[in-house]
Design a protein around this ligand. Structure first.
Ligand SMILES: C[S@@+](CC[C@H](N)C(=O)[O-])C[C@H]1O[C@@H](n2cnc3c(N)ncnc32)[C@H](O)[C@@H]1O
Length: 276
């Protein structure tokens, strides 16, 4: 599939609207959405070239196949150190994939809250939870930049391939700090870049919703976390995302492609940090 042409600079509100429409189509595919791109490998809507993002979940306890649209870029629960009885918040919870894994760990004395701003995702996640009889999982509609959630409430915040989509990442991490208890920590999997991405690629709405064009440089990402006062910042995992040749050809000259090394490009990372 040919990526869409650049749409020029978009306002944060427009970006959010594009994202909501994209992820609605993941759950409710329209007739003409075949091949349109979103993050991951969900066969209903996503372009094959971005299918290398998501990791295999089917071996994990609590796995709910109907919640897995292949939209992640890591497995945050693997490094999140979630304990029985914990209150866990999943940001951009989609159809609930990571929430259901976390629910098994926290048990009935714990709680998992999924937050997402796309109605169709919230509906799908709630329906998945009802079908499986989860009593320790809830899904709340809201924007990560202004979470409709109490402060100092959660032990662990997780998120999978979402914060790159949030226009104001400083605000997102400030909100994470606000909702975490003083003893709390977070574990997020996300897409970052190393080296500059061509401006057209960054502005491309299709690629943005595909978790690439909204990604910031890894150094900047870690600085944002540090600026919010988080401690013990650790990159637990890092994988290069190899773009297909047709995408490279659209945005890079042959000479630039030749120069490209593993120190440059698009990566998925899983990062942990604590409030104190
Ligand atoms: C790439 S999908 C990941 C879904 C899920 N984490 C998974 O791995 O299956 C991104 C999700 O984040 C949600 N999202 C993006 N930006 C958001 C925001 N600012 N506030 C709340 N949800 C957001 C989208 O609606 C979508 O469901």
């Amino acid at each position: 599939m040919e990526p869409a042409k650049g749409t020029g600079a978009m306002s944060p509100q427009n970006i959010k609207q594009v994202i909501k429409e994209r992820y609605t189509r993941v759950v409710i595919p329209s007739k003409d959405s075949a091949g349109s791109c979103c993050c991951g490998s969900g066969s209903s809507c996503c372009s094959p070239e971005l299918s290398t993002f998501s990791e295999n979940y089917d071996h994990l306890e609590g796995y709910v196949p109907e919640a897995d649209f292949g939209l992640g870029c890591g497995i945050p629960t693997m490094f999140a150190d979630i304990k029985k009885g914990d209150y866990v918040l999943d940001l951009g919870s989609g159809a609930g994939n990571d929430c259901f894994i976390a629910a098994g760990v926290v048990g009935e004395s714990g709680l998992v809250t999924g937050l997402d701003f796309t109605d169709a995702m919230i509906d799908k996640a709630r329906s998945n939870a009802n079908k499986r009889g989860f009593i320790n999982v809830e899904f709340i509609k809201g924007d990560i930049e202004e979470m409709p959630l109490p402060g100092s409430y959660y032990d662990v915040v997780i998120s999978n391939c979402v914060l790159n989509l949030v226009p104001d990442k400083n605000r997102a991490f400030a909100q994470i700090k606000r909702v975490l208890k003083p003893t709390g920590h977070f574990c997020v999997s996300d897409v970052v870049t190393k080296g500059e991405l061509p401006a057209e690629l960054r502005e491309d709405a299709e690629m943005y919703a595909g978790c690439v064009s909204g990604a910031v440089e890894m150094e900047e990402y870690l600085e944002i976390i540090q600026k919010q006062g988080f401690k013990n910042i650790t990159v637990c995992k890092e994988n290069e995302i190899v773009l297909p040749q047709e995408v490279l050809d659209k945005y890079y000259t042959p000479a630039e492609q030749k120069e490209k090394s593993s120190l440059k490009g698009i990566f998925s990372i899983t990062v942990t940090a604590s409030v104190n």
